[in-house]
Design a protein around this ligand. Sequence first.
Ligand code: HEM
Length: 563
Amino acid sequence: MSSVNEIVQRALITYHGLTTTTRAAIAISLAVILYRLLFRQEPPKHKELPAWAPIELGIVISLLSGTREGIVYRIYSKLRRYSGSFWGLSSVNQTLIRYEDVDRLFSSKMAHAVSIEWHGYYLFLRFFGLPDTPELKRKVDTMFKPWHSPIERVFNNETHATEALERANIPKMVAEFVTFSQDREQMTRWERVADTKVIIPENMPGQNAALEANLSALIVDFGASVTIPPIFGRDLLDRNPQLEEDLWKFDRVIPFLFINLPEWLPFKVMKEGLEARKRLLDEVEAFSRRVTQFQRGEEVDDGADMSDVSDVFLERNKAFERDGWSYRERAASQLLALLASNANTQPVLFWLILYIYSTPGLADSLRKEVAPFITLSDCPENDNNTKIVTAIDNFHLSRECQLLKSVIFETMRLAFGAVSSCRVKKPITLKDGDHVHQLYPGTFLSVPHGFAQRDPSLYPDPDKFVPDRFLETDPASGKLVARYGKLRPWGAGLSICRGRVFAEKEMMAIAASLVMVWDISPAGGGEWKVPEMVGGPGPSKPKEDVRVEIRRRVFGGASEDGK
Ligand code: HEM
């Protein structure tokens, strides 16, 4: 709020320092824009969300999260097109704050009047710079369902999501979480990016090995290495050592592409992001070719083994093949899936692991809760009473471990803000408390669900991490169960996340296995310092990384508890 005021004040000072001609030109341009926004009788019929809409959403969130005073807030409130929960200067775009009927708006009951399928083509053009042609538009529009339904069928279904998780082989991954290797060649891909430093090498008689690392860098690449193979198989990751780094670089530039900033802007982040995008498209394009060769029974380039590529990917590739998609276009679409499955999961996973270890007593409570569902055996490389995970009972882990579930919900409350958007396709009238709004086709509605997540009337002491905040006593069984309540981290209704069942199970399995066999503490000893969160809506990132020490948990010794 204050920063918006500051920006306006600075803009006014700069404005007064300009020549008369420049000031007149700017004033006329602003008047024209305002006239177009405020006084058009017929709202323009937009097919895509206007590029300025996400900026307006950010401004609305910032204006309404503060004390709701100051000149900018007052001017905006006077100028806004609607009233009640609807915020926006132009009828083309409205941000809905505390609108009570969000679930109904995005439900199948409203599908005749609002569409959640507006964004596909828009993302293709803005994210990948593909040429705007009627043919590409037809392809993307007709692919919305074939694009989403295989993902939804597997990753939002209890049984199939559990099967996909088994394919991720989390026990093996967790055993390799830290290798304590000083040789870069021997390190895992996530150790290579985490600026690791071995403090005590492995196999020192009578000593438990210890390693320092940057926790966020380590976890996001570790998480992506778990998430990618059950969808894409091993080939894509194994062949492209830089893939994850490129994914994060591209992810950083996406907010700029989303609001249509020109690609030639001379920012480092833009340049690096676009170079990463090119490499990613090349890699996923070559991968799509190999998958197609495999599906046709042809010889696969480089003799690659594509037998573990998931049915989801195969089904989508077949649909592309039928509909005449070029390999470049397929790569763009598959890259969207790569982003959707990783860009949210991995930052949330980092905060989850950080909260588990940094909240006093929480790691021990979770160890007690998850122990019956995690099978351990003695660590073969180490005779110091340390263990490795050999099996995870994913089904019971998600059914029985309600504290862990509540911890995940609480992490998402603090570190992730979903936004759901839809396009009005038929005239509708929406009731909003005492207000009634008439909405026109070609206009857009966006709901930042995260807006309410730090509201003290819903979540007392809202900035504090409270592990059992989401636990409620179930009246029928008398047991404690984790319930979402008003939290909507996966979005709403028909547009809800297509991978949420898998994502939740995956976070549970990774957190439960890591906490059982690894100890993590602040580097150099002392108190934990949880870094400031930056970014959002979407996942928040840490302002700076967290330097930690990682050791194997010693059983029957000082660090063991709860087993
Ligand atoms: C913590 C992890 C995750 C979070 C918080 C999350 C959240 C979200 C949200 C908020 C949306 C948009 C919902 C809306 O528009 O109302 C979304 C869309 C989606 N998610 Fe997730 N997601 C996660 C993990 C995953 C995973 C693991 C997968 C795949 C296996 C996945 C697949 C998708 C897909 C395909 C979409 C639709 C994208 C589109 O239409 O453009 N998500 N997710």
